[in-house]
Design a protein around this ligand. Sequence first.
Ligand code: 13P
Ligand code: ZN
Length: 270
Amino acid sequence: MKDILTAPFLIDFVRTLTNMYRLGWDERNGGNVSMIVDEEKLLPYLNPRKVLREIPIGFAAPELAGRYFLVTGTGKYFKNVQYDPAANLGLFRLSKSGDTAELLWGYSDGGQFTSELPAHLMSHAARLRVDPAHRIVMHTHPGNLLAMTFVHTLDEKEFTRTLWQMCTECIVVFPDGVNVLPWMLCGTTSIGEATAAKMANARLVVWSQHGIYGAGRDLDETFGLIETAEKGAEIYMKIAHLPRLATITDEQLHLLEGRFGLKVREGYLD
Ligand code: 13P
Ligand code: ZN
């Protein structure tokens, strides 16, 4: 067996979390990330029959039974992940019944997966239904997106259109738009179900006054999605209180749609 700390998927994961911390998105234990790991990528590093612990997940996700997940630990600080991946992360297989995490590596101090596991697993299931290549769910607390939920309408079309108008690239990166949940109690199956429902037609879901969820095929794509939305929100927070002398018009957004062959969210442009 090779050392799992040398596995490209683990190195990529640790580097991404370190970068998220560097950007100030993940204060203290804020944020959590999960990645579906395909079995062939895992087999050189782990024996899938060697289960270290069985941890009930508190709900069932039968659609994901048998899949492997690399998931941040609850209460763990992103800033520490690079120094001790085994204590801050865990890799488990979801049991046949879909209700138990069969731990194969990590959570080495006796810890367990993030309190937001319902939102992660339910979002994975929702995204896999629309995209078989989907692999990543990322939750984080970027300051400008969070700030925007205090001063902007939470109407999804309006919220999306504002972000698209803030930087030319926004509509190119997330033509499917941004869905928005009102404030809800986090760490529950209810917010998990609500998030997954919102993931059916968009890869970004804002949790008002809390943070954002992003979904994608790999870590770079998912990180880039949130990074771009956060840039849009940053521009908005810089200009919202100033007289607006120019904007990106719907006509110009249509030009981008044509130039980049985008599938823009139905009904969002005039
Ligand atoms: P965890 O430490 O359980 O991952 O929770 C952090 C968080 O961001 C809750 O939404
Ligand atoms: Zn959070």
